[in-house]
Design a binder for this molecule. Structure first.
Ligand SMILES: Cc1ncc(COP(=O)(O)O)c(C=O)c1O
Length: 456
């Protein structure tokens, strides 16, 4: 055998041997890394103590409204601000665009999207505004919303109506009890048939006060059959359910990253179907408004803090470290279900009449005790919401139908003690509020609810 052939054979077999021998080593390293993960057993009280700086006087069971941010994200945010301020021009021209591009790639994978269809933006309201306001409306066009739609989204639709004479807003009800996906689909179908001329609708993927999980794939198909554009409001979905954005066939999908993903306030995303990308414009006109790709229009070089957009990587890694989305979802769903049962029994109140298959996995809605709601009969749910917060109970309070309800959320820092404190805090406020008849100061952003209310 010639020398060069022998040498090649020796090299090949050595490489093969090294490869075979390294397999157990790689497996060992991966296993060790996994065992260093915190894992799902460590979430709850221990995680709260180790990773969060939460006010000990309060039980935070309202991640549906405001999430809690792990200390490590705040540290990273601070570190990035310091890096930016060392050389803010280099940051703006090179460092930030690279980090933000990496965020887009990681996020796209996490939510089942093609990276070219997604833009990281500041919040859900920005995304729904962009979707509604990027369209051209003609007299006779209608915008359809379910009455569970987020109040700010109703106002956004009203703003479109005000700016486009002849355009109308149609609000429709989904009656309770909701016994499954078909009840929701049938209600939408009826609304679409009864109101010809609907141009666009915003559908919650998970609704806010009612915490209902909507069958969006079926609803998008239904809308398209009626030639209606479907914008999905997914403020509550990233981190709560596994998303596969490319499969839904929606026209727009907006998701928040500051709720269940725990990023500090200022990060969300907008997914846009390729057929609408040309017409999609940011709300603030700046340098890149004519950029060829729609995402670039949202990233003009302007004075703006975008560090939260970079924390996507940290958020995804934290989820992985805690055991991954599936394990977190299963744990939170179990705990919130048990907590809702405990509160409903303690307060003698019902669950919102929604079957499990259409309930948001990490949230539950139960009635508040009668003695508490009667004490607040002269006030609004917002007043009660505020007084509960001041009593150390952070939950969402709202009116649905004639009753006042409490929405609880369970996330990774929550443990059973939080829900016991909700139970006891509510009972204590009920006891102390027997004489409550006074007018409350209401924050202006909650009133009026909508033009519809003013004209009722
Ligand atoms: C269903 C729904 N849509 C939209 C929003 C608005 O989100 P943002 O405050 O990020 O604009 C919220 C906020 O809680 C919501 O619950």
């Amino acid at each position: 055998m010639p020398d060069n052939v022998r040498l090649s054979a020796v090299i090949c077999s050595s490489v093969g041997l090294v490869f075979v021998l390294s397999i157990p080593l790689v497996k060992f390293i991966l296993k060790r890394r996994k065992s260093q993960c915190r894992g799902i057993d460590k979430v709850g009280k221990q995680l709260r103590e180790e990773e969060f700086d939460l006010d000990e006087g309060c039980s935070f069971c309202n991640s549906g409204s405001w999430s809690c941010v792990p200390r490590r994200f705040i540290d990273r945010q601070t570190e990035l601000i310091r890096q930016r301020e060392k050389n803010n021009q280099l940051w703006a021209i090179e460092t930030e665009p690279n980090l933000i591009w990496e965020s887009h790639e990681l996020l796209a994978e996490f939510v089942g999207a093609k990276v070219e269809n997604i833009a990281i933006i500041d919040n859900t309201s920005t995304g729904t505004n962009v979707a509604l306001k990027s369209q051209k409306y003609s007299p006779g066009d209608k915008i359809l919303l379910c009455s569970f739609a987020y109040p700010a989204v109703i106002k956004q639709a009203e703003a479109v109506v005000q700016g486009n004479p002849g355009v109308e807003l149609v609000l429709f009800e989904i009656p309770f009890p909701i016994k499954g996906e078909d009840d929701i689909i049938n209600a939408y179908s009826k609304a679409l048939e009864e109101h010809p001329g609907i141009k666009i609708t915003v559908i919650d993927h998970i609704s806010s006060d009612t915490a209902i999980l909507f069958p969006i794939k079926a609803l998008v198909d239904l809308c398209h059959k009626h030639d209606v554009m479907a914008v999905i409001d997914g403020a509550h979905t990233p981190g709560q359910i596994k998303l596969t954005l490319e499969d839904y066939g929606a026209d727009y999908y907006v998701g928040n990253l500051c709720k269940w993903m725990m990023i500090p306030q200022n990060a969300a995303f907008l997914w846009v179907h390729p057929k609408h990308q040309d017409e999609t414009k940011p709300l603030v006109t700046s340098h890149t408004v004519y950029a060829a790709h729609f995402r670039d229009r949202f990233y003009p070089p302007m004075t703006k803090d975008r560090i939260c957009h970079i924390l996507v990587k940290d958020a995804i890694e934290f989820y992985e470290e805690l055991g991954g989305l599936e394990a977190i979802a299963a744990r939170n769903a179990k705990m919130v279900t048990e907590a809702a049962a405990m509160l409903s029994e303690a307060w003698g109140t019902p669950h919102l009449e929604v079957t499990r298959d259409v309930r948001a996995p990490h949230m539950a809605v139960i009635g508040l005790p009668k003695d508490l709601t009667e004490a607040y009969v002269n006030n609004t749910p917002v007043d009660l919401y505020h007084d509960l917060m001041k009593a150390g109970v952070s939950v969402r309070v709202s009116s649905i139908g004639e009753e006042t309800w409490c929405r609880i959320s369970c996330h990774v820092w929550n443990d059973w003690d939080d829900f016991e404190r909700v139970r006891d805090g509510v009972a204590m406020l009920a006891k102390n509020s027997k004489m409550n008849t006074g007018e409350k100061i209401r924050p202006p952003y909650f009133v009026p609810h909508s033009i519809m209310d003013q004209t009722k």
